[in-house]
Design a protein around this ligand. Sequence first.
Ligand SMILES: O=C(O)CCC(=O)C(=O)O
Ligand SMILES: [Fe+2]
Length: 477
Amino acid sequence: MNRGRTRNDGGRYSTPRGRGRGRGRSPSRSAASYSAHHHGPAGPDGPSSNVSSGNNYGGSHLEWRPIVPAGSSISKQFDCRSTSKSPCRENPSCPSTKDEVSSDLGKLKLVESSPEAVTPKMEQVYCKSISVVSSASAFEKGFPSIDFRDKDLSIRRTQKGKIPGAEVESDSSLRVDGSPALDTVHLGNEHSPHKKAVDNGSSDISGSLAVRVPYDICLVRAEKSVTLKAPLLEQNRAKRNEAKRSIEGTCINVLRPGMILLKSHIPIKDQIEIVNKCRDLGLSSGGFYEPGYREGGKLQLKMMCLGKNWDPERSEYGDQRPSDGAKPPLIPSEFCQLVKGAIQASHSFLREHHKVPIVEHVLPTVSPTICIVNFYSESGRLGLHQDKDESRESLNKGLPVVSLSIGESAEFLYNDHRDTESAKKVKLESGDVLIFGGKSRHIFHGVTAIIPRTAPMTLLDETHMRPGRLNLTFREY
Ligand SMILES: O=C(O)CCC(=O)C(=O)O
Ligand SMILES: [Fe+2]
């Protein structure tokens, strides 16, 4: 699957800042194409609160981006030193030891500073160990506890909380990691020496201050919390959608040679299992993250790779995620069974209804070694691209991409060319499987919109999935 980037298609598929690696590849799904329709760097979940803004400074940086309810209180405690032994001398506004800064976000506490890491020349402040805890009373379980000592990072995930009687969820995305492309936290204010250290590209600080917090695709109810039901109108709409789908039942459409859409192919109980499995994997090492650029642009979805890692920066596969070295989790065998079943169903359909004598010539069989899981929030998008970073052999054989959709519906575009105007459009609903292989393996495709409030009610009730869409694409390398 090369999702490399080259052309700026009227700006729609250009990188956020006109960036591109310019490796001379044809346009394909890439960081560039992911960024189509970006609404700025806030990412798929829209604007989020920042303790301090997270610019990129060529190296890693730290930014805390929890989304928390108004009214909760939080404090930051800093224990910082400079070589002059006069804390934060350069910047009086930097909180000194045990200085508490109230904000409405959470509690960030540096429990250990590292004098040996201080570079005398720069009089910077380094912190080797940090611990982050929540102080918001209504959110005692709402933030992760993070313990980071000398690259020995352990993250204890704690439950997210809900304010009883309110429909507000806590969330957080605090990350400790050396990756420049990640959201991180500045420990201090914009002018603090912490930031300056990063500005100066210190390698000591990069890799010692970033915190990665897993992204949870489901909303977790805290004990004793009260969950307000969706408005009746919404419930009815979701129920109608579900009923309609079950009346229509499964059906198979050949959209073009090698491109097959299996409507409502995945039973709801399997959809629930997929969400739960993806959620568990997504919270573990190698789980969901927000792919982005070194320069700071964000892609409009959360992504997790199974089997092999796909790197949007380089448009290539690898065994590790470059940003944090995480190894992609294995593809669960149940997922592979689903893919097999969908190919078999397509083959039977082609034999029976299209009288195709050798169905593998139209739609080759695939044994997936890669699964890319995308979670689109309601503002998520994916620009037109080709999947062509897989091996030459796989691409030449036309081994299909098998795509499962779960949650809210999506407007899916496909075309022979990279042109949205003339592209055909199809709605992908929860439980649908779309396969494109053989002569359709190289189609340009993308997601132009997520249609809000279209997820099946049962799925939402059983999983508490966030508003959005989960998409899994399986490929054989
Ligand atoms: O979300 C979708 O339906 C398409 C995803 C896709 O094209 C990809 O991951 O390469
Ligand atoms: Fe794709």
